[in-house]
Design a protein around this ligand. Sequence first.
Ligand code: OSB
Ligand code: MG
Length: 369
Amino acid sequence: MKLDRVEVRHLKLPLRRPFETSFARTTDKEFFLVGASAGGVTGWGECVADADPYYLPETNQTVLHVLRDFLVPLAFRLDFAHPRELLGAFARVRGHEMAKAALEMAVWELFARREGAPLYRVLGGRGGQIPTGVSIGLQESPAALVERVAEEAAAGYRRVKIKIKPGHDRELVSAVRKRFPDLPLMVDANSAYTLADTSLFQELDRYALTMAEQPLAWDDIVDHAVLQRLIRTPVCLDESIHSGEDARRALAIGACRVVNIKAGRVGGFAGSLAVHDVCRAASVPVWCGGMLESGIGRLANVHLQTLPGFTLPGDTSASARYFDEDVIDPPVVVSPSGTIDVPERPGIGHEIVWPRVDRATTFRDEWRR
Ligand code: OSB
Ligand code: MG
């Protein structure tokens, strides 16, 4: 297969409510969609970069630069049999996993559409339903957080993740735990702590959290290995893992007992499969993270987590939690028992609503081979 056209669109979609983490407060989702075309068929991928480099170093502008000046010209020179070949072909470009993933995932989606197969099938997953969880941002007060948790638990989500940051941690966890003694509950610090905070995580051990996600630096695994030895709660890595090799090294030194896979953070689906396989071979559970995606990236996440190593509920929640109007029809919905149906139609499996995409588009460009 040879690509003959790549299109990029920058979209701005207002979030229904701001999402606050230890690193930022996001009010609008600003992101690129990438369309990859061959022989009149186009596949779509959603980029997980943000306007700012506060989660990881890439931004929407670095993604545009790296796609336009390096990855797209490189991809136009390839003749490939399967999309799994792309990530290796991109290896000369160091880092820039989000830019790589956006194009690579568009090509997987194109491949699935050409095969007339749902994306999960070309990834090697299975159809049916996936159980899922929810990620709740920092709220104004512990009481406000408890209310939000109550809503989401009532909606059926199988586990709840809450964001923490220094000064907003033990009282949040204890308030939620008091009201929900048996809820599968976890925390995500987005790299806000250091080993000097070890005693906090030792204190949190008493709340039977399913895990603590990325407590320490975004570019560390060594300190995480030290922390994991000092606490009972499993450490889960997010920001620190960018490839199957990163996962192998993290497991080799005991830096975590769980891994969050975001395709956009690991160079796409081939990178996700590599992390998945490394973890599965080591009997380490993985789950699918989220980046407040629009329906296109959200459905990609649904398909990805049908692989057998995804044994824990992820952060893939209903479209309606994020957007008044998603760019796909139907939107992603979650059943009262906390599951999402895996689409059976080709590619991502739901229609893209182009008038909505057009209305949200602030910039568009395309390149031809
Ligand atoms: O760390 O998992 C994270 C959102 C933006 C950036 C980083 C993260 C998150 C989330 C939200 O936790 C997950 C979602 O609801 O999509
Ligand atoms: Mg995280």
